[in-house]
Every structure is written in structure tokens, then in C-alpha cells.
Design a protein around this ligand. Sequence first.
Ligand SMILES: [Zn+2]
Length: 415
Amino acid sequence: MRKTKSVLLYLIAFFLIGFISSCNNDALDVQEEAQIVPTLKGTVLKSATDRMGKFNYFRAKVDAGEDISRELYDYAMDMEIPNVINTPDYEFMRNQILGTILNPDDYNCNNSTIPLNDYVNNSISQWTDLDYIYYVFYSYHPQADAIYFKEPGYKKYKYGVNGEFTNQLNRTFKDLKRFWNINSSDIYMVPLSGSTYLNFDRLVEIEALYYPSQSDEENEFYAQFVQDLFGTETYWNYNHPLFSFNAFALSTTNSFIQDRIVMGDGILMGYAAIGLDDVAPQAILAHEFGHHIQFENGYFIDVAEEDQPEATRRTELMADAFAAYYLTHKRGATMNWKRVEQFLEVFYNIGDCGFDNPGHHGTYEQRLAAAKWGRDLASNSWPKGKILTSEVFYQLFEATLDDIVNCDNCLTEME
Ligand SMILES: [Zn+2]
């Protein structure tokens, strides 16, 4: 059955490629597609054989009753990061989740009072150590799908396991494009979803992309393997939130991968479970859109590696301010600030104590100060309801950044 389908798809693809080549010069894009190979940041995953070796290494430790959480955490941190493209928030959000679930001793930033942590921890309370290993080693397909394969398309996708966030997100995305004066016609939104595991042919394509040395048979073998593995109750039949607990902006000069915002089903489910689904989708999307303003207007700056944490903090606080401005503006999402603040309290508090970490996003106080600054700018707009251009907004933000970073009593002053 499946074989028939693959052959059919292959024929369709073959026909299309032939058609495109004969029509125009887009054949170049087809060639480029074959050249996209994600650069793996770490030295850990060199090949599928290495992966299997490392997997067995962890498995043996579990069988021997050893605690693997610290080592598995380090390993996970170092694998599968596609760093050929700019993806603000991708690594940060992913690390929060890995820190939460693997919880190594020195990862003490997690505030157990954050309800989202309870949601995540409850979702994995039945997992064995082996379940963790499978997750860390084999859950890259949804992310690869969202970054490299999901084609842009408005109203083409559903968001949320049952499509429950689709309208909310499509509406907000369209509204953000209207609100901000950047050229956003080439920015797309795509879902990140465990449903990637239902698409066998896509899984094969992802294997081929991530492990170029694998044979076709091996690609099919691993596609079948993960499809069987995650189609079980342990992993909620592909719908486990940790397959897609992320949201990020993505920009690249590679003409094959269009600029996009990736919105994960899992992170949306998590916020819905703690009662914040009226705010979270819009607020997360507005933050990611803020990063695209930065891409379009050139606000990301190249700095020396030792200055990266400070540079990242600057662009993250700026994205927080862009988001708060839009969310509370009379001609934006017109949200009630108290409600936005309740969301931010969770969003900003999912532990980030690694001040030397290049992905550092700012402390809770700094991030809230940036958001409040954006909110005040929106409510004091003059004439009433005027929307600032992104350029003017940026200049005002740069002029106040020091105050935001050095915020001590500023939060009480701002209320
Ligand atoms: Zn961000």
C-alpha cells in the first residue's frame, strides 16, 4: 500500500520537475533543494551508526541502574541544531523544555511554582528512562519538517492538535502584517506538529536530509521505526506536547527556505492547559513577529562571541517590547494589560539563569520592564491611536534600553 503511494508520489514529482525545467529557470531551485544539509552543531551525531552507538551506550547505563539525566541533558544540548539559518528562540525554548524534563542538578532555575512546568512534568510522569532516551534521540522529525519541508501557505495548515488555534493565529498573523510597516509579504507561518509522524514519505525525506550517508533502505527503516515508536500511548499517538513545545522565527538567505514563523502545537496546548489560551497564541506570535521586524530592518548585529549574551538580550527585550506594543495598542490586538501580564509571568519565568549563555533572554524583571515600556508607548500614543513606524519604535527603544536593563525599582514605578 505504502510502496504504491511512494511510487505514485515519485512519478508526480518526476513529472513536476520535468515540467518546471521545461518551462523556466526554476530548475535551479530544485537543485538547491538537494544541497540543503543542516550543519550539525555538535560533534555527537556524525552518522546513524554513531547515533545507534550512543543510543546503546545510554541504554546500557539505564540497564545498569545508573542515573543518566545529566549526561543525556548535555548530549541533547549538543545535537541537531540547524545552525545554517537564524532561528531566534528555537534553542532557548528547546533548552527550557530539556532543562525541565531532564532536570539536571545544576539546572536550578526552574521555578516549580510555574504552572507550565507542572503541565510538562505531568505529561511525562509515566515515562521510563528508556522513553526519555527515545525522545531525545528520535524526536527531531517535526522540527525538521517545519524548518525544511513545510511549504508556505496561508490557510493551508491547522494549528493545535484539533485545529483549535487555527483561526486565532491566522487572524493575528494577518493583523500583525497590517500593523507593522515592514515588507512582510514574504514571511510565512507554519505549524510544528507531531502529526509529521503520520507522514511516512516525509519521514523518509527527513532521514535522507539529516543522514546523507544512509541508504534508501535505511531511511525507510528509520521512518518506520519512529512511526511505530511514537504511535503509542506513551507518546500520545504522535500528539505528545513535547514533540512540538516550541515557537520561533526563522530567516535565511537560502532562497529555498522562505522566512517563516514556526508555531508549535505543544506549546499552545501547554498554555491552553493552564488557562491562558486567550492570550498565549497572539502573544507568542507577536514576539516572533518582532524578530522578523529585526530581520527586515537589520537590527541584528554581528558581535564577538563573548558579547553574544548581551546582544541576544537586546534583541529579545526588543521583541518583548514590539509584542507588548501591538498586543495592547488600540489599533492592535487591544488586549487587557492585566491579562497580558498574567501570560508574561509564565512566559518570562520559565527559568533562564544562564547569564553567560549566548541564548540569554534577560531576567524576568528586565523582560517585564521591556513589555511595560511597550505598553506605555501604546497607551500614550499621540494623536490617539497612532501607530509608530518600526523605525521610530526602534530608535525610542534603543534610547531606553539601558534603563530597562538596569531596572531595579522601575517595575513598581511603571506599575
Ligand atoms: Zn525571542
